[in-house]
Design a protein around this ligand. Structure first.
Ligand code: URA
Length: 248
């Protein structure tokens, strides 16, 4: 037997508002299934019938969850609203506004590159938390002194700084003296800059190029975003030990 799922859950997860918003729509008689108006706030349906739901007579498009990749430019803060700064919300196309999307983790104002946006809180938590060991790779250019094998060893072991910060093991791939790729498995505040500072370097340029299985799409111009493909999304959920089929 298929599992029955509450309508407010299905529609909220598909980006039609919060569960509270959906309940209000039910109260207002705006939601129907197969032309039958729904009146019970806790109404459950077979997920296979979700395609027959409509709001104000318009068929709905069901998404289990929404996840996008954005190529973030420098000069924008990773927030949806801010009275004093430009925010990444201006890169969200009209169609995807008010769908509950929020950024996963944070890139600094002057950092560029791969930023994920989702409406799935559990996914966001797992991508960010060190517990799930989701890798994030950065391309960076530093000034101070060139990278050496000694740095690679130090980073590989993980280290603690004199001010008490602790960094888990990471992988430093030296490209050319002052240029490297750094892969970390956690998401501490200003992490890369602090790791570099503690080894006597200053980050001059920082771009995130990978999260888990996802590499920044070279076709995305700065400020452009696109939805993850089905394959990308299913691999990401797999790596986060989550099921994409959240309605089941
Ligand atoms: N580490 C930083 O220092 N800054 C970022 O934006 C991301 C990781």
């Amino acid at each position: 037997m298929n599992k029955l799922v509450r309508i407010d859950k299905i529609l909220a997860q598909s980006g039609y508002g919060s569960r509270k918003d959906i309940k209000k729509m039910i109260k207002d008689g705006r939601i129907s299934i197969k032309d039958q108006v729904i009146s019970n706030l806790g109404h459950k349906i077979d997920i296979k019938d979700a395609a027959f739901l409509s709001i104000d007579g318009e068929p709905v498009k069901i998404y289990e969850s929404l996840t996008f990749m954005l190529n973030k430019p420098a000069g924008y803060i990773t927030a949806l609203e801010d009275p004093n700064h430009l925010t990444i919300s201006e890169f969200i196309p009209e169609k995807w506004r008010n769908k509950g999307l929020f950024p996963i983790g944070r890139l600094d104002k002057n950092t560029e590159g791969l930023l994920l946006l989702t409406n799935d809180g559990q996914l966001s938590h797992r991508v960010s938390s060190p517990k799930w060991q989701i890798k994030k790779t950065y391309w960076l250019i530093v000034q101070g002194k060139p990278f050496s094998e000694k740095d690679q060893k130090k980073f590989a072991k993980g280290f603690r700084t004199i001010d008490g910060s602790e960094f888990l093991p990471s992988e430093l791939n030296i490209i050319d003296g002052f240029e490297a790729e750094l892969t970390v498995y956690e998401g501490q505040y200003h992490q890369v800059k602090r790791m570099m500072k503690s080894t006597g370097r200053e980050v001059k340029y920082l771009r995130r190029i990978q999260i888990a299985n996802l590499t920044l799409d070279p076709n995305l111009e700065l400020g452009e975003m696109r939805m993850l493909t089905k394959e990308e999304k299913s691999e990401l959920y797999k790596l986060c030990k989550l099921s994409t089929n959240e309605f089941q």
